[in-house]
Design a protein around this ligand. Structure first.
Ligand code: ADP
Length: 265
């Protein structure tokens, strides 16, 4: 526990009583430490691609520029690092915007079935590149819930992209949506949006930490697939802004299912 200590004279003159107060500032200290850790993490995450980029520029300024094949290769690598930085900055902006609006619940009607279809269509090429089959299991009729279409689209995209990237080549990713029903996890009826993969799964001790910023189960794999380490943190923020719950079920060798439980009204 961290205590803040203050003393002040109450009233004029040297004989006035002194008021001494102690205040538990543990939470404040924690918030300060988390902010410092976050800034350190962001700096590190930005510096890594930047260092690589500068290295490639140096190489290109040297002997490589007379070799068209090498030039082509280095430009490709530079593009990859620049893309990584740009994705990181975009995710940081999303997070800071989400934090700002945390208490305001978005309530425009969102047609989830259409949104799932449109989002999967935009990820078709990503799935194709990994030979992943995308499967949907959707209700017959359109489901509308109060929310923010852009943000819910981001939830679907982040979960499906992860399922494709970490689920392994040649796997299957299933997106399921349930019709509104009484929901024990919420106080109101809700819908379930499930994204499952047939991948290697996640060991139990990692699961509680998955939505922490920059937490990765496998650093190398995340870098390889161009992950920012912020995808699930963003998903969690969006789901909680919608007054929903996020669940993860996984076991090594059994695949993984992420479920967003969202209020239907
Ligand atoms: P990243 O940008 O690294 O993908 P995320 O916040 O989206 O960051 O995910 C955090 C970590 O959780 C990933 O680095 C990965 O190790 C793990 N992860 C996420 N989704 C899955 C999944 N479907 N299967 C296995 N591991 C996953």
């Amino acid at each position: 526990t961290v205590w803040a200590f203050t003393a002040a004279r109450v009233g004029p003159g040297p004989a006035a009583p002194v008021l001494v107060s102690f205040e538990d500032t543990t939470e404040l200290e924690n918030a300060g430490r988390m902010r410092r850790d976050f800034v350190a993490n962001v700096s590190h995450e930005l510096r890594t691609p930047l260092t690589a980029l500068l290295g490639f520029v140096e190489t290109l300024k040297g002997a490589a520029k007379r070799d068209p094949a090498a030039t082509e290769r280095f430009l490709g690598l530079m593009e990859r690092e620049a893309t990584r930085m740009s994705r990181l900055v975009a995710d940081l902006l999303s997070l800071s915007r989400l934090e700002k609006d945390e208490r305001v619940r978005p309530v425009a009607p969102v047609a989830l079935r259409g949104l799932i279809r449109a989002t999967l269509e935009s990820l078709d090429h990503v799935a194709g590149a990994e030979a992943v089959t995308l499967v949907t299991d959707l209700p017959e009729e359109e489901i509308r819930i109060p929310g923010d279409e852009g943000q819910l689209g981001q939830v679907i995209a982040n979960l499906v992209e992860n399922a494709i990237k970490y689920g392994g080549r040649g796997g299957t990713v299933t997106v399921r949506l349930t019709a509104p029903a009484p929901e024990p996890a919420l106080r109101v009826p809700g819908v379930r949006l499930e994204v499952s993969d047939t991948g290697p799964g996640i060991a139990a001790h990692h699961i509680p930490r998955l939505t922490e910023r920059f937490y990765r189960v496998d650093n190398h794999r995340s870098r390889e697939v161009g992950g920012t380490g912020l995808g699930l943190a963003i998903v969690k923020h969006i789901v909680s802004r919608h007054r929903g719950r996020l669940r993860v079920e996984s076991a090594p060798g059994q695949g993984t299912t992420f479920t967003a439980i969202l209020p239907a009204s």
